[in-house]
Design a protein around this ligand. Structure first.
Ligand SMILES: Cc1cc2nc3c(=O)[nH]c(=O)nc-3n(C[C@H](O)[C@H](O)[C@H](O)COP(=O)(O)O)c2cc1C
Length: 403
């Protein structure tokens, strides 16, 4: 694990992941869509916020711990659902789940994961102190989704997160340039790419070959699970552009646990979600991977927080790379953040140990930010720690004054 020791922040993990993964896989994880505007916006929004150091506060007994849906979490963070974890590391989702359980934060398993929810529940679930959330992509044939929901319930997942920001597939042109695609399609270009990364071939691909054959989306319904390599449209079948509030009402009926929507970015949608009995919202633009003109999630968070108050739990994702980002999101109304790429980079470098490293880096940075700003508990984190007003608020106030 000497390589991990040299990784001091998420950007170091990213650089190490870039060396280890075939270009096609790395870019699938790292890049976003079209001109990468949303990806940059997400980061800019965090970087724009400056904090004020508060002097002479005894912060010797500070803690980054919190509660999420009434249960303790060691950090205001959970792992985001990412379909590609199983390509970063053999059964990467399991590595992430174990790291999350050890770190006492929830893990969200993607519908598109390559490890079955049964296996995740067995090795990363409540039996080993883990908290599991399941992310749902909605199939065009709704009964397939309903079956999946029942399966997640049988396996003890405490929350269901319905992703609502993906009515169509994104323009990720780089995947085509790289000859990489999901369903897996071993093009000449990607085959050459793999050959240049023998450690990945033996450490990831061969382990699947010698156990189950080609990596599969283990949570897909039977017919689609078989077709992952042949590509008989499993992805298309999963992009339900007909998904609407009637589906949400149905999910609320059949799901007894915590229900969240992921990818809500408007206050009116958030308020509407309340009336459907939704417990929480993930303010997300899919890490900038879907609509390239999407506003930064940090920019839309305050108006959503204002609209729903404390009537639902708000979680933010898209762009978290530093612990200070977590503190900024909390100050603007989030109860926690999700991390997608940050923890995936770690997984790609060292499996469970790499994911643990990413989590501990973010925790350590969040802790230091709290100490500098004089916050002893996460409840003490408010916009009072900001220097000046955020640009967006200032412009809005000026516009109101001029009117
Ligand atoms: C490689 C990759 C795969 C993803 N797969 C899914 C998925 O299957 N379902 C989903 O709702 N979101 C998925 N996402 C989006 C993440 O859940 C999350 O919203 C996003 O990664 C947050 O941005 P960040 O990567 O900057 O932290 C994926 C993201 C990445 C990077």
């Amino acid at each position: 694990m000497a390589r991990l020791d040299r990784c001091l922040n998420i950007y170091d993990l990213r650089a190490a992941a870039k060396r280890r993964l075939p270009k096609g896989v790395f870019e699938f994880v790292d890049r976003a869509t079209e001109d990468h505007l949303a990806l940059a916006n997400n980061r800019n929004a965090f970087e724009r916020i400056k904090l004020r150091h508060r002097a002479l506060v005894d912060v010797s007994k500070r803690s980054v711990a919190t509660t999420l849906f009434g249960k303790p979490a060691s950090l205001p963070m959970a792992i985001a659902p990412t379909g590609a974890a199983g390509l970063c590391w053999h059964e990467g989702e399991l590595e992430l789940a174990k790291a999350a359980a050890r770190s006492k934060i929830p893990l969200t398993l993607s519908t598109a994961s390559m490890t079955s929810m049964e296996k995740i529940a067995e090795h990363g679930g409540p039996g080993v102190g883990g908290r599991l959330w399941f992310q749902l992509y909605v199939w065009k044939q709704r009964e397939l989704s309903h079956q999946l929901i029942e399966r997640a319930n049988r396996n003890g997942f405490e929350a269901l997160i319905v992703t609502v920001d993906s009515p169509v597939s994104a323009n990720r042109e780089y995947n085509t340039h790289n000859g990489f695609g999901l369903p897996f399609n071993p093009t000449v270009r990607f085959t050459l790419d793999m050959m240049r990364h023998p450690a990945w071939v033996t450490g990831v691909l061969m382990k699947y070959f010698t156990s189950i054959g080609f990596p599969r989306h283990e949570n897909y319904p039977d017919d689609y699970r078989k077709s992952v390599l042949s590509g008989v449209g499993a992805h298309d079948a999963m992009r339900a552009d007909s998904l609407d509030w009637n589906d949400i009402a149905k999910f609320r009926d059949i799901w007894p646990g915590i229900l969240m929507l992921k990818g809500v970015n408007r206050p009116d949608d958030a308020v509407k979600a309340l009336s459907y009995g939704i417990d929480g919202i993930v303010v997300s633009n899919h890490g900038g991977r879907n609509m390239d003109s999407a506003a930064a999630t940090l920019d839309v968070l305050p108006e959503i927080a204002e609209a729903v108050g404390d009537r639902m739990t708000l979680i933010l994702d898209s762009g978290v790379r530093r612990g200070s980002d977590i503190v900024k999101a909390l100050a603007l109304g989030a109860k926690a953040v999700l991390t997608g790429r940050a923890t995936l980079y770690g997984t790609a470098v060292g499996g469970e140990a790499g994911a643990l490293k990413a989590i501990s880096i973010l925790k350590n940075e969040a802790d230091k930010t709290m100490a500098y700003t004089g916050c002893r508990t996460v409840d003490e984190i408010t916009t009072d720690i900001f220097f000046g007003q955020r640009e967006g608020n200032r412009l809005r106030d000026q516009a109101v004054a001029a009117f």
